[in-house]
Every structure is written in structure tokens, then in C-alpha cells.
Design a protein around this ligand. Sequence first.
Ligand SMILES: CC(C)(COP(=O)(O)OP(=O)(O)OC[C@H]1O[C@@H](n2cnc3c(N)ncnc32)[C@H](O)[C@@H]1OP(=O)(O)O)[C@@H](O)C(=O)NCCC(=O)NCCS
Length: 197
Amino acid sequence: MPQSILRSARITLVPLSDEHLEHEVELDSDPEVMRYLGDGAARTREEVEQAHRRRIAVAARVPGLGFWAGFVGRCFVGWWILEPPEREDQGPVAGQAELGYRLLRRYWRRGLASEGGRELLRHGFEDLGLVRVFAETMAVNAASRATMASIGMDHVRTFHRRWQDPIPGTERGEIEYAITQDRWLAGRPPREAEPGR
Ligand SMILES: CC(C)(COP(=O)(O)OP(=O)(O)OC[C@H]1O[C@@H](n2cnc3c(N)ncnc32)[C@H](O)[C@@H]1OP(=O)(O)O)[C@@H](O)C(=O)NCCC(=O)NCCS
């Protein structure tokens, strides 16, 4: 199944492609956006080009999964991802995906990350038949944690990874949040009755 185009109330999510590279450059060159990611520094254009190639490759690993570029009207607001687990401690690849998101700073605190995240959960569970979606971030990344909680994910564990260049906050570790398909189905708002019923 190729990656689908998805829509929420405000956001159109389209599979990430080469035409989105300039948006990724803008996003990753903001040090505030990158504060809790990797070495915590803004990326150079060359680094973003490398990251872009890795991002595009995600879609080829498991059909249906990958990165989505999000647009409100014609404006790029950020990207969302559902990617297969990469590390052994993340559990099996079959039936699972990791959720992520990264938005341009001028669109923060408008409910967009959670709106897109909810649509990716719906897509993952309803259309792709995933059984579990998890998300990871630094424990000190309050915005990311709050977004996970806001879309119904629960804290599963706090763990420590070895980083080459630890950044402030690394000592507090990483956290994993998750939601299973069963829990998602149980909390899903009922479908509106079809007209005439
Ligand atoms: C994390 C990020 C995507 C959140 O985007 P956003 O669009 O501002 O999030 P939303 O507006 O949907 O907010 C979702 C929830 O988080 C809360 N929240 C957002 N930013 C917050 C912050 N800085 N501190 C505390 N809570 C915060 C909101 O109040 C909301 O909670 P609610 O639904 O209970 O009211 C954005 O801050 C970002 O791009 N950060 C840089 C990249 C990054 O760290 N990505 C995650 C890496 S794993």
C-alpha cells in the first residue's frame, strides 16, 4: 500500500517528497526547533539534505509508513511521521510504528501537532491495521510529552541511551509513550449515524 494523502480538520498531510526539501531546511535551521533533537543544534543545509534522503527512505521500508508534510491551506506547517521500529528495545516491526512530529515555531501552540497526530493514529489503526503506536522524546521535552498525552498516549517507560554528545537534559533520560489499537478503539468517538438511519 503506498503512503496515503490524509486530511484532518485543518491539515492536509501529503507524503514527503523532494519538493518539500526547502521547507525541511527552514524547519531544521531553527535552533529552538532542534533544541531536544540529536546534538541540539540547528542543521546546516548539507545535513538537512542527508536527513531528507533518510526520511524519503523510510517510506520504502514498510509500505504505508513514512513522513508526511503538513499544509494548512498552502502553508507548510511541519512534518509528521509513522516509522517502523529501528532498535531492538522498541519491539517487533510487524504491527507497530513510532509517531513523531516537528513544526515550524510560528505554528506552535495552535493544536496542530496534536491534530495531525490524531489523524496519524486513526490512519495507523484504522487503515493500516497497526496494533501499537509509540513515541519517544527526551524527558525534558515538555511540548512533545504534552502532545503525546493530549492524543491519548500513556507513559510506558523512562530509559537512558548513550549519546556521543549529550545535551542539557540528557541526564533525565528518554521517555516512551504508547497507545494500543484496543485502547484507541475504546476511546474513539462514535461515528456519526449515516443520513436516513
Ligand atoms: C512538540 C511540538 C511538535 C508541539 O507542537 P504544537 O503544535 O505546539 O502542539 P499542540 O499545540 O498540538 O499542543 C499539544 C498539547 O501540548 C501542550 N503543549 C504544547 N507546547 C507545550 C509546551 N511548550 N509546554 C507544555 N505543554 C505544551 C498543549 O497545551 C497541548 O495540550 P492540551 O491538548 O492538553 O491542551 C512543537 O513544540 C515542536 O515542533 N517542537 C520541536 C520539535 C520537537 O521537539 N519534536 C518532538 C520530538 S520527539
